[in-house]
Design a protein around this ligand. Structure first.
Ligand code: ADP
Ligand code: MG
Length: 321
């Protein structure tokens, strides 16, 4: 029901950035090579995500907006095994229950255009479209005034959108992303599969030039990525990204491990820029219960922390730092 969807939306869809995250993850899961994100007024007025992925078959469009109608996996433990980001089948119905949604999607050939508002399907009809999905969300939270009040300033909401798109781009260097707000381009990546190039696209070339490649592994974990020279630091932790099998995660112990790798080479209160990829057996990951799936627990976390710290330590030593 719409009410159940609205309650779910309260958990999954906190703010415009959550909508962007869910829509972009769907586009990634659909095998897209190019994903364009267009927002107005930090997403409060409009969020549009255009992809060139698989599209949704005409007879599956209605189902895609039904709760728990994920086409992706049947077992939550599959989450890190298959490389799909979504798994709950909650995002589309949640978003459609608290906003106005128009989706045009095609698997190639004649596709479908569907218009849903506040959980009610307004129209659904055949549409000419290229392969892929183009989804536009307007009037976010029009029927949940309490949620609107809780939002921060437009600048803060926009910063959260930029942050999530950056991190999704770090996890997918092979996909070309672009993000624009009110007609102004906020970021763009080339999609050539080169993580350092993505870091340059996101943080600027001068910063990318001050990054060191790191590599490390043991029996359970493989670690790779880039960390900044100790001279390039920031006053907050936000410039450290940890990706687990391609998925951005939040894990305090692992960011601590990055910092620990620098030992005394970092000034107190300063933090490096870092993008650290971890490849590991998905069975060593406990998927956290939270619907946004960003916080995960890892068995053998102390061991993994040491692989990360050691990879950084070794590269700094190689550079005589
Ligand atoms: P989940 O991603 O957890 O499966 P969602 O509610 O986000 O659930 O999406 C529901 C379903 O709609 C997906 O399983 C997928 O089949 C389909 N879908 C959504 N967005 C796209 C897209 N951009 N391209 C192709 N299929 C999509
Ligand atoms: Mg999804």
């Amino acid at each position: 029901s719409t009410l159940v969807d609205q309650i779910a939306a309260g958990e999954v869809i906190e703010r415009p950035a959550s909508v962007v995250k869910e829509l972009v993850e769907n586009a990634i899961d659909a095998g897209s090579h190019e994903i364009d994100i267009i927002v107005e007024e930090a997403g409060l007025k409009r969020i549009q995500v255009i992809d060139d992925g698989s599209g949704i078959a005409n007879d599956e469009v209605t189902l895609a907006f039904k709760r728990h109608a994920t086409s992706k996996i049947t077992d939550r433990k599959d989450l890190f095994r298959v490389h799909s980001l979504g798994f709950r089948g909650e995002a589309l119905p949640s978003i459609a229950s608290v906003a106005d949604v128009v989706m045009v999607t095609s698997t190639g050939g004649e596709g479908t255009e569907i218009h849903i508002s506040g959980g009610q399907t307004k129209t659904q009809k055949p549409a000419e479209a290229r392969r892929g999905t183009d989804i536009t969300v307007t009037d976010l939270f029009f029927n949940v005034p309490a949620r609107l009040k809780y939002l921060k300033s437009l600048n803060t909401e926009l910063a959260k959108i930029v942050d999530i798109v950056n991190r999704l781009a770090f996890g997918h260097p092979d996909i070309s992303f672009s993000l624009a707000n009110n007609g102004r381009e906020m970021m763009r990546t080339a999609g050539r599969g080169d993580l350092l190039q993505v870091i340059g696209n996101v943080y600027g070339l001068n910063k990318a030039n001050k990054m060191l490649a790191i590599k490390g592994k043991d029996a359970d974990f493989k670690v790779s990525g880039y960390v900044s020279l100790p001279e390039l630091t920031r006053a907050n932790r936000a410039y450290m990204s940890v990706l687990l099998n391609g998925r951005y995660i939040k894990n305090y112990a692992l960011t601590k491990a990055i910092i620990a790798g620098y030992g005394s080479k970092l000034m107190v209160g300063r933090y490096p820029l870092a993008v650290v990829n971890i490849e590991m057996d998905p069975l060593l990951v406990d998927v956290n219960v939270h619907p946004t799936k960003q916080e995960v627990r890892i068995s053998k976390e102390p061991q993994l922390s040491e692989v990360i710290s050691e990879a950084i330590r070794r590269q700094l030593a190689n550079q005589n730092l």
